[in-house]
Design a protein around this ligand. Structure first.
Ligand SMILES: Nc1ncnc2c1ncn2[C@@H]1O[C@H](COP(=O)(O)OP(=O)(O)O)[C@@H](O)[C@H]1O
Ligand SMILES: [Mg+2]
Length: 206
């Protein structure tokens, strides 16, 4: 029963997050794009040069919207994960994180993706925790460690940033997702956080 509720809760959170994602990026950008097009129509006769500038800017915004939609789709089901499997997806994440001003250290065992759910769930957990480090922690260093033992997978995500002040922030679901996903995999997690950084240690039975 609890598992079913966990699952439903996770599904509701996901739906909410997708809706928010689309609203905050795509819809707002489309509204802005519409305004730009209206503006260029107004300029069209009396100031064609200005109208052209608006159109050039609108074209740039359309590209941005396309990228935003691609990101949303990617987050729904990372295509590289299906196509490339664990190692390449992890390498892709490493490259993404490395583009920010932070030192990234990955030490990650190869995981079996054949059950279709465990590895991708762990990937999503690592994705959320590491993106949080980039967004919130102000850390200089980020360490990610995945150790595959005989009967469990252990994941450690650690940063040397400012620590988590508000774990259960209203209308923020990332960490809640992480907890739900660990529960659904019958795993455990512990967290230590203070003004020298944050460390998550997660174990998933296999
Ligand atoms: N590694 C971290 N370092 C510092 N603060 C963090 C870290 N991870 C999460 N937080 C804090 O916890 C809050 C909740 O995180 P989360 O549930 O993922 O929501 P979101 O990332 O959407 O803000 C964040 O808004 C942030 O204030
Ligand atoms: Mg988050």
């Amino acid at each position: 029963m609890d598992k079913n509720k966990d699952f439903l809760l996770l599904q509701e959170c996901e739906r909410r997050r997708i809706a928010e994602d689309l609203h905050d990026t795509t819809v707002q950008e489309l509204v802005y794009l519409l305004q730009q097009l209206e503006l260029s129509l107004i300029y069209f006769d009396k100031d064609p040069a200005q109208a052209k500038l608006e159109l050039i800017s609108a074209r740039k915004n359309i590209r941005k919207i396309i990228d935003g939609i691609r990101d949303t789709i990617y987050n729904l089901r990372p295509m590289s994960f299906d196509d490339l499997g664990w190692n390449s997806s992890i390498n892709k994440l490493y490259d993404e994180l490395n583009a920010f001003n932070i030192n990234v250290y990955f030490d990650i065992d190869d995981l079996d993706t054949s059950d279709g759910v465990t590895a991708i769930t762990i990937y999503r957990i690592i994705n959320e925790l590491t993106k949080n480090v980039i967004k919130h922690s102000k850390a200089n260093n980020l360490w990610v460690n995945v150790i595959k033992a005989d009967n469990e997978i252990c994941v450690i995500v650690k940063d040397d940033g400012i620590g988590i002040i508000d774990f259960n922030k209203e209308n923020h679901f990332g960490l809640q997702f992480v907890q739900e996903r660990i529960n659904l995999l019958s795993g455990n997690f512990s967290m230590t956080t203070n003004n020298k950084g944050t460390e998550f240690t997660i174990s998933i039975p296999i």
